[in-house]
Design a protein around this ligand. Structure first.
Ligand code: ZN
Ligand code: CA
Ligand code: ZN
Length: 570
């Protein structure tokens, strides 16, 4: 996922207030998408050509009509119901792994009659040369396997038309037409990669420029071939797609097309792969049909199957990868709808749909560019709603990131109102009042993000969050507004806008979050005795109830709480 500038919490509050003024409250309208979803959606639609690039002279606001129209075009292209709304299905589709190239070029909304789209340029020769210049660094695929997969992916196109592909050997005076690289982040074109997940690869359309036809794969993906368990991203499937671009095809919305922009998973044995009719039609419009159909008399000798990757063997060069299904996590954070689980120098990511981006963890320092090497563990993390910055805490300091880039020097926790020398176990932002909670042991501090100052009267006893474990590993807000505390192999859920853990808490983390089996045996989940309330003081729950007024109008609760200036005491 990439740079979304989240819409701030402030407009969300305005919108909620506007909604309140426009009551009647019943029946409830379709729920408004969260501000971070709107931001993610606008960013995604812009990046893939459905919305024009933002005008830097104005605030980057898109009109609701423009957004709805762009959403409908996107939904039609992706084969989703055309609601024009940022609904859950649409958001989940936007989280899918995909090609970096836009789906719509030029004016937004322009949809072609044919399903396949052409890049507008073709090669003027019939024999194209190719070479793999750099190979994946963190994949088990050998260079020989990678080259064999590239050869077969090009052959899938070559067999349908009269194009021929020749591999070039060692670097020579002439560059090949299709130069293939595995690259990370910024790699000397205008299309940086984004680490594990998100964009997977891109290719340049045919032309006279040296970069024309070149094909780049994100080297931070875990590239696989013939993976039995669906692990990683299938290199052959992505290569066939990208070479379609290198030959001049754009994205297609046809359901069986390899040119669909989203990653569809492996496509079977490469030697047996055949392009769909839609892809053949697109190709043959550019280069004509093959002189003979391949079923009758294939030209040349059949291509050998690529060598399979060696079975998983311990790699002496790499640090052992931790098991996500065992033990605890150092920090958990919701970053633009994705949940990050940090463990030592590793992290896992969950898409908003709840799916793991990859069962293989990403490298902390490779992803968070500029995080000092001596920071081996992130103790807590959260995404700051007012500007989308991501804060990583370790020891008495924290680091601020804009997207994946470090911003400025480390800052002391005293800047957030903690006493000198104090550290944090958990940090989360509560959408209900826009406050950030910093937990240490059995106490917590509260920070006012809008006023940029700590609230007076803290620390307070964590018992106000009824059922919360002492010294949690971390806490975060889920995509539906629930707050989750994590400790060991358990989590506690605080339903949206409440400060009482659900009565079934705690639950095991692995099965819900990380695609792990339920823990068998082991220690019984810890129970935390309820803290007796002080009868004279109105605590958090009491204030929420007061703000909500008489029971029976739960929809109004968050609005009223906001009107009341937020919850004062929790
Ligand atoms: Zn593509
Ligand atoms: Ca990527
Ligand atoms: Zn590139």
């Amino acid at each position: 996922m990439e740079p979304a500038m989240p819409v701030l919490g402030f407009p969300l509050r305005l919108r909620l207030l506007a909604g309140l003024l426009l009551l009647p409250p019943l029946p409830a309208r379709a729920p408004e998408p969260a501000a971070q979803d709107v931001s993610l959606g606008v960013d995604w639609l812009t990046r893939y050509g459905y919305l024009p690039p933002p005008d830097p002279a104005q605030a980057q606001l898109q009109s609701p009509t423009q957004l709805r129209d762009a959403l409908k075009v996107m939904q039609r292209f992706a084969g989703l119901p055309e609601t024009g709304l940022l609904d859950a299905t649409t958001l989940a589709t936007m989280q899918k792994r995909r090609c970096s190239l836009p789906d719509v070029r030029g004016v937004a909304g322009l949809v072609r009659r044919r399903r396949y789209a052409l890049g507008g340029s073709t090669w003027k020769k019939r024999v194209l040369t190719w070479r793999v210049r750099s190979f994946p660094q963190s994949s088990r695929l050998s260079p020989e396997t990678v080259r064999a997969l590239m050869r077969l992916a090009l052959a899938a196109w070559g067999m349908e038309t009269n194009l021929e592909f020749q591999e070039m050997g060692a670097p020579g005076p002439a560059e090949p037409d299709i130069l293939i690289d595995f690259s990370r982040a910024y790699h000397e074109d205008s299309y940086p990669f984004d680490g594990l997940g998100g964009t997977l690869a891109h290719a340049f359309f045919p032309g006279e420029h040296p970069i024309s036809g070149d094909t780049h794969f994100d080297d931070e993906e875990f590239w696989t071939f013939g993976s039995k368990d669906g692990e990683g991203t299938d290199l052959f499937a992505v290569a066939v797609h990208e070479f379609g671009h290198a030959l001049g095809l754009g994205h297609s919305s046809a359901p069986d097309s390899i040119m669909r922009p989203f990653y569809q998973g492996p496509v079977g044995a490469p030697q047996e792969f055949r392009l769909s009719q839609d892809d053949r039609d697109g190709l043959q419009q550019l280069y004509g049909k093959a002189p003979q159909t391949p079923d009758e008399a294939p030209t040349g000798k059949p291509l050998p199957p690529p060598p399979l990757p060696p079975t998983l063997s311990p790699d002496s060069r790499s640090v052992p990868v931790p098991n996500r299904c065992e033990g605890s996590f150092d920090a958990i954070a919701n970053i633009r709808g994705e949940i990050f689980f940090f463990k030592g120098p590793w992290f896992w990511r969950l898409q908003p749909s709840g799916q793991l981006v990859s069962p293989r963890p990403g490298r902390l320092h490779r992803f968070w560019e500029g995080l000092p090497a001596h920071v081996g563990t992130v103790q807590a993390a959260y995404a700051r709603p007012r500007d989308g910055r991501i804060l990583l805490f370790s020891g008495p300091q924290f680091w601020v990131f804009k997207d994946r880039q470090l911003e400025g020097p480390p800052r002391p926790l005293t800047a957030l109102g903690l006493p000198p020398g104090e550290e944090v176990d958990a940090v989360f932002s509560w959408p209900l009042n826009g406050r950030t909670y910093l937990v240490r042991g059995r106490r917590y501090w509260r920070y006012d993000e809008e006023a940029a100052r700590p609230d007076p009267g803290y620390p307070r006893d964590l018992g106000l969050w009824e059922g919360a474990p002492d010294a949690p590993d971390d806490a975060t807000v889920g995509n539906t507004g629930d707050i989750y505390f994590f400790k060991g192999i358990y989590y506690w859920r605080f339903p949206k806008d409440t400060v009482t853990a659900d009565p079934d808490s705690p639950h095991p983390v692995g099965p819900k979050w990380l695609d792990c089996p339920a823990p068998s045996g082991g220690p019984a989940p810890p129970r935390h005795p309820k803290t007796p309330r002080q009868p004279e003081a109105c605590d958090c729950q009491c204030e929420i109830s007061r703000a909500a007024g008489p029971p029976g109008r739960p929809l109004l609760l968050p609005l009223l709480a906001l009107l009341a200036g937020g919850i004062a005491s929790c």
